[in-house]
Design a protein. Structure first.
Length: 133
């Protein structure tokens, strides 16, 4: 019982750290929301441009408990205006079971509008965490 109480507390701490980092501290892209449905093979990520300039999103690499994926945008890139949010549907190679926790590290590839040929990457200080339901 103590182990499950510890794990529950640990998971809640991880969720709080992930949320506080990705919604407040992360730059230039923030994650406004993310989830994976039980039985589904799609990670839903609402990505927001937190920079004061337009950015071209080029791709998102995901690596974690339910496998890995590389989400490359059709046409090579998508323009995000400052403060613009978009929902990304990232296909994963394994489904998530009911009440299963997941943990993913994300690497976001983007370019600044003034130098669209020079790629930059953003990796979060914390992975994204969640519970499939």
């Amino acid at each position: 019982i103590l182990a499950s109480v510890w794990l529950t507390g640990y998971f809640k701490t991880q969720l709080r750290q992930f949320y506080e980092y990705w919604t407040g501290e992360a730059r230039p892209f923030e994650i406004a929301d993310q989830y994976q449905l039980a039985g589904g093979r799609t990670l839903h990520v609402e990505l927001r441009n937190g920079a004061d300039e337009p950015l071209f999103l080029q791709g998102v690499e995901v690596n974690g408990t339910n496998g890995q994926a590389f989400f490359e945008l059709t046409g090579g890139r998508v323009l995000f205006a400052p403060n613009e949010s978009r929902l990304l549907l990232i296909p994963m190679n394994r489904s998530c079971g009911m009440n299963e926790t997941y943990r993913y590290r994300l690497r976001i590839t983007y370019a600044r509008a003034e130098n669209v040929l020079e790629k930059e990457t953003q990796e979060g200080k914390f992975p994204v965490y969640g519970l499939c339901d």
